[in-house]
Design a binder for this molecule. Structure first.
Ligand code: DON
Length: 306
């Protein structure tokens, strides 16, 4: 496995076209695109890494996997009254379906869906309290107490968050929100701004690769059925309007973020964190996707067969 990740890292660093960093969040626009990291956490507890696997990056939409997990833990299947489970086929920040579908987002991974999930987990609490709970959960699943929010990124998102504010106010016009819109947005921007490295990310996703149990700590995070269902949503919706292409090329449940990270899950085998800040036209890491495509090919881990 070490040889495989070393080969992938080398191949990625030699590629000319590394994609474009996210420009709409000024703090992310400053990141050097010539960086790549890969970490593979096997379900037997072994971890392999290559590239700058210690470098922190903004996990952005990958955080939506963890807020969904928290929401399911708090509220169970009742969350599906507020958010759907279908791919949207539209960009992550699209508003078009919301009017036709009465303010109910298609799935928990598009921005509108994740903002709805933020409203659900708040349950009348202050953003500060909810964020403390989210961070505590991240530290627990990754078994790493150093995980924290990058406040500069959160501020940068808030200052340029007109689209997300539009989505949130539009949804609240249907009367669905339980908490003040500004507070829901604050919670959402801050959880998107959690900073992690690829190894922490791989460790945080291990419970999804191992039927709900983190094999390193022995903690049961969710039931096996819930882990399977979160994986299903990652596979069908985790890359927005690029989810079909990601399934075609990589064949693993995955969740991307505009910070350039991707969490991929090879059920029964491994949880993988990759990072390279340059994005493709849809907003998913260009080299991250390529690296996962290579890894799935070399290991035969695709859920669709060897
Ligand atoms: O709300 C946003 O636009 C960002 N905080 C998250 C978007 C994102 O990561 C999309 N993923 N590829």
């Amino acid at each position: 496995m070490q040889q495989i990740v070393d080969e992938i890292a080398e191949e990625m660093m030699n590629l000319e076209d590394k994609g474009e960093v996210a420009h709409y969040i000024p703090q992310l626009a400053k990141i050097d695109p010539n960086q790549f990291a890969i970490s593979v956490a096997l379900t037997n507890g072994e971890i392999y890494q290559a590239g700058c696997a210690d470098k922190l990056f903004s996990i952005q939409s990958i955080s939506k996997v963890f807020t969904l997990t928290l929401a399911l833990g708090k509220l169970g299947d009742s969350i599906w009254q507020r958010v759907g489970r279908e791919p949207s086929g539209d960009p992550f920040n699209s508003i078009v379906q919301l009017e036709h579908e009465h303010g109910k987002p298609r799935n928990p991974f598009i921005n509108a869906g994740a903002i709805t999930i933020a409203d659900l987990i708040m349950q009348g609490h202050e953003p500060k309290e909810v964020l403390a709970e989210i961070i505590q959960f991240m530290r627990y699943i990754a078994d790493d107490d150093s995980i924290a929010i990058d406040e500069k990124v959160a501020k940068s998102e808030l200052e340029t968050g007109a689209r997300n504010a539009s989505l949130a106010y539009f949804m609240s016009s249907f009367g669905h929100f339980e908490n003040p819109v500004e507070e829901v947005l604050g919670t959402y921007f801050h959880h998107c701004s959690i900073a992690m490295n690829s190894t922490q990310l791989a460790k945080a996703g291990l419970f999804l690769a191992n039927n709900g149990v983190n094999p390193i700590t022995g903690y049961t995070v969710v039931s096996a059925q819930r882990a399977k269902r979160i994986n299903a949503l990652m596979l069908t919706c985790g890359h927005y309007d690029g989810s079909g292409e990601f399934a075609f090329r990589v064949g693993l449940p995955g969740k991307s973020g505009v910070g350039g990270g991707i969490l991929a899950v090879a059920p029964g085998n491994a949880s993988i964190g990759v990072w390279s800040p340059g994005l493709d036209a849809i907003g998913n890491s260009k080299l991250g996707t390529k690296a996962l495509e290579l890894l799935a090919y070399k290991t035969g881990w695709s859920v669709f067969g060897k």
